[in-house]
Design a protein. Structure first.
Ligand SMILES: Nc1nc2c(ncn2[C@@H]2O[C@H](COP(=O)(O)OP(=O)(O)OP(=O)(O)O)[C@@H](O)[C@H]2O)c(=O)[nH]1
Ligand SMILES: [Zn+2]
Length: 327
């Protein structure tokens, strides 16, 4: 038996890396799957496992995983539709970079920040708030965001950076030690890839070739870990949105606090704001307090969110069914 780290995972197909960098295709042994009680008992990316010694270190051989070593820190999410069980996405993650944009709009919301902080802390992962695109921040906006961020995490865990100009990147790099494992969380467009490139310098451009090897994989299930030149391990979660660490509807609600505040005044709790008597939303639109376009945008986005959540719930259930089938 030898110790290895799971560096790639697609469903139950794993790549395990030995201390010397040798990579081996791996699956769990029959005895391992016999012991599995719930989905999180299976290895996930970042896990340390015990594997067979490969015959003569033949890297084309399939090796078996016999045991997953105890996890100290995990990135997890609630399984949609199931309030009690959470799903482990990655293990042994030291730091989660919670990435936001300072360029306005939905790039920063207090609600998402607090949910992400809660989620990563629950898994014993250290949150670092990264406020990116400092080069685009209006001064008033910047101060407001900073104040909120410093209330959510200790002040020294807030980094103002620009992936574009490189400002703040050296300070950001000091948030973790060489050899630690990080991951980046944030909605699309806040600059996660740009930050990785800034942290990696030239090296990640070469990494592009590696990425291409994996093209065609099912991006919502494929997870991997790669190393920056300084030895930092980065957990790559393609299709971050699809992982739904936060719920879609909650994310929409975050951006429409004004609409929700008005809707709380409707006479009926399940008011659709279309034709019910005593509808505070319709009243606010008539009086000009709420713009009709803003309300329409809210309705459109919440309908989309409901649709996405339905689909994700079904996907999670199907995955669960597959995993719990005996071999
Ligand atoms: N001005 C400015 N633009 C930036 C900065 N960081 C990223 N961008 C730009 O923002 C856009 C989105 O950046 P990405 O790095 O692709 O964002 P992402 O979070 O990886 O997005 P997804 O891959 O969709 O999750 C790109 O056009 C970047 O060039 C920054 O610090 N300043
Ligand atoms: Zn109403």
């Amino acid at each position: 038996m030898q110790k290895a780290r799971i560096v790639a995972q697609d469903h139950h197909f794993y790549t395990a890396e030995l201390a010397d960098g040798t990579r081996l295709d791996a699956r769990v042994s029959g005895a391992y799957s016999y012991r599995v009680v719930e989905a999180s008992d299976y290895p996930c990316v970042g896990d340390y496992v015990l594997i067979d010694a490969a015959p003569d270190q033949d890297t084309s051989a399939l090796v078996y995983i016999h045991e997953t070593l105890p996890r100290t820190a995990i990135l997890q999410r609630r399984r949609p539709g199931d309030r009690d069980e959470s799903q482990v996405i990655a293990a042994h993650v030291d730091v989660a970079l919670l990435v936001f944009g300072m360029d306005g709009g939905r790039a920063f919301t207090e609600g998402l920040l607090s949910r992400l902080v809660t989620t990563v802390r629950a898994g014993n992962v250290r949150p670092v708030v990264v406020l990116n695109k400092a080069d685009l921040a209006a001064p008033e906006h910047r101060d407001g965001i900073l104040e909120i961020a410093r209330a959510a995490v200790p002040e020294h865990s807030v980094c103002v950076v620009s992936a574009r100009t490189g400002a703040g990147i050296p300070e950001l790099r000091k948030q973790w030690k060489a050899g630690e494992t990080i991951c980046l969380l944030g909605i699309s467009g806040v600059g996660k890839s740009s930050l990785l490139n800034a942290l990696a310098g030239e090296a990640l451009a070469r990494e592009g070739a590696v990425r291409n090897d994996y093209k065609g994989r099912h991006t919502t299930t494929f997870r991997r870990l790669f190393s920056l030149p300084d030895g930092t391990a980065v957990i790559d979660l393609p299709g971050m949105r699809e992982l739904h660490l936060w719920s879609e509807s909650e994310a929409v609600d975050d951006s429409f606090e004004d609409v929700l505040a008005i809707a709380s005044g409707c006479r009926f709790r399940n008011c659709t704001h279309e034709h019910e008597p005593g509808c505070a939303v319709q009243r606010a639109i008539e009086s000009g307090e709420l713009q009709a376009e803003r309300f329409e945008q809210y309705q459109k986005l919440s309908a989309e969110a409901a649709f996405i959540e339905q689909r994700v719930n079904r996907f999670a259930r199907e995955a669960q069914d597959r995993q719990s089938k005996p071999r």
